[in-house]
Design a protein around this ligand. Structure first.
Ligand SMILES: *Cc1c(COP(=O)(O)O)cnc(C)c1O
Length: 410
């Protein structure tokens, strides 16, 4: 075997030895709370009740969206045929961008939107295009990997500010005389579920003449009266706002958008390489997304948001009642579908996950370095499609697992 392959094998073996090797499972059925899954190294699928999907409104397998997808494919075919600047930009893409611009018009003056294949690419595009050599990027400490990678791709200098520390960020911005400043933050922190202080970040952007780039991956569809996300929930309004929303999570399809003042969007079309040098997503995806937006803003969306809120309340109440009296586990405040049950050490997180697994429940265990040392957690993600009984089953199983003494971890 070549030395190159041996090196890779060595690294994989090291991950294995630390129990850090990632393995995929194969979903045999559509995204839903109960799914048939085949785990790596096994052949027989198991039916599991899952609490780790991003399908927060339960739209990923909605028949209306599958029908819209099929209609889109019948009308436009399967492939877009090219990049957006060369033939690939269909009427469906244009309609979707217009619709999203309308959605964001109350929050961003002269709003336009730009559709991307994924949120990852949208973040690379925004940061690399706006973060030129003369710019400084102020990046929140807990930002998503795609924002970190976008900052790496940018020529701008990058300064990290402490989590939610508005005063520290204010001082950093005050000490910076770069002509272009970008404040970059997740709206909802993906491992914690709580919101960034977006109002205060926007006030700093106004005071220091900076852009505020907000990634609303976990808020879009979920937050706000009609699901327009963090901008609607908080009533934001500014031409400094550059909003990124993913469409593969609550919207149940795939892709992402950037919404901003039309000048910003014009500029991205000219300069954002992750927009320009890639094949446009299939028009059918955009066509299905138009149907998804209609669901999200209508009565069904409202009912699904209400169902999700009811499950969140049920879980929080249930888990608080079974938390150990010694304070060795906690459930920090989170108003979103992401609920972090912090259990402290890695072994306990893995053991709790295994106990849930034995009962047919799937919850992700998140360990350092993804989260700070000593805050290993079960990251519970709820969906409008979870039933009361689903959440009750999880709470029961957590009660049993958490009541066992810590020493058993050894
Ligand atoms: C999921 C996620 C993304 C990436 O979006 P995709 O459409 O999945 O590529 C970006 N930012 C955050 C905060 C996310 O959670």
């Amino acid at each position: 075997m070549s030395r190159l392959l041996e090196r890779l094998q060595g690294e994989i073996a090291a991950l294995d030895a630390q129990s850090l090797r990632r393995r995929r499972q194969i979903a045999e059925t559509a995204c839903a709370p109960e799914q048939s899954l085949t785990l790596a190294g096994t052949t027989a699928p198991r039916t599991m009740l899952g609490f780790s999907s991003n399908d927060y409104l339960g739209l990923a397998a909605h028949p209306a969206l599958a029908a819209a997808w099929a209609e889109g494919a019948a009308r436009y075919g399967t492939g877009s045929g090219g990049s957006h600047l060369i033939l690939g930009h269909s009427r469906a893409h244009a309609q979707l961008e217009e619709r999203l611009a309308d959605w964001m018009a109350p929050f961003i003056p002269e709003a336009q939107s730009l559709f991307f294949c994924t949120g990852y690419m949208a973040n690379l595009a925004v940061l690399s295009a706006l973060g030129g050599a003369e710019a400084v990027i102020f990046s929140e400490a807990l930002n998503h990997a795609s924002l970190i990678d976008g900052a790496r791709l940018a020529k701008a200098r990058v300064e990290r500010y402490p989590h939610c520390d508005v005063a520290a960020l204010d001082a950093m911005l005050g000490a910076c005389d770069a002509p272009v400043k970008l404040i970059v933050s997740d709206a909802v922190f993906s491992m914690d579920g709580h919101l960034a202080p977006v109002h205060q970040l926007l006030a700093l952007a106004e005071r220091h003449d900076a852009w505020l780039v907000v990634d609303d991956a976990h808020g879009f569809g979920v937050l706000g009266d009609t699901g327009r996300g963090v901008v609607q929930a908080l009533g934001l309004h500014s031409e400094r706002l550059v909003l990124i929303g993913t469409l593969g999570k609550a919207a149940g399809v795939s892709g992402a958008f950037v919404a901003a003042h039309r000048t910003v969007i014009d500029y991205l079309v000219q300069r954002a390489r992750p927009y320009i040098f890639t094949t446009a997503a299939p028009p059918a995806v955009a066509h299905a997304l138009l149907a998804s937006l209609t669901l999200i803003e209508g009565e069904e969306g409202a009912a699904r948001r209400a169902a999700l809120q009811a499950r969140i309340a049920q879980l929080r109440e249930g888990v608080k009642a079974v938390l150990p009296a010694d304070g060795s586990a906690c459930l920090p405040e989170s108003p979103t579908a992401i609920q972090p049950l912090i259990v402290g050490d890695n072994a306990r997180a893995m053991r709790t996950m295994a106990q849930l697994d034995a009962r047919g429940l799937r919850v992700g265990a998140i360990r350092p370095p993804t989260v700070p040392v000593g805050t290993a957690r079960l990251r519970i993600a709820l969906s409008a499609s979870h039933s009361r009984a689903d959440v009750a089953r999880l709470v029961d199983a957590l009660g049993v697992a958490l009541s066992q003494p810590m020493q058993e971890a050894a």
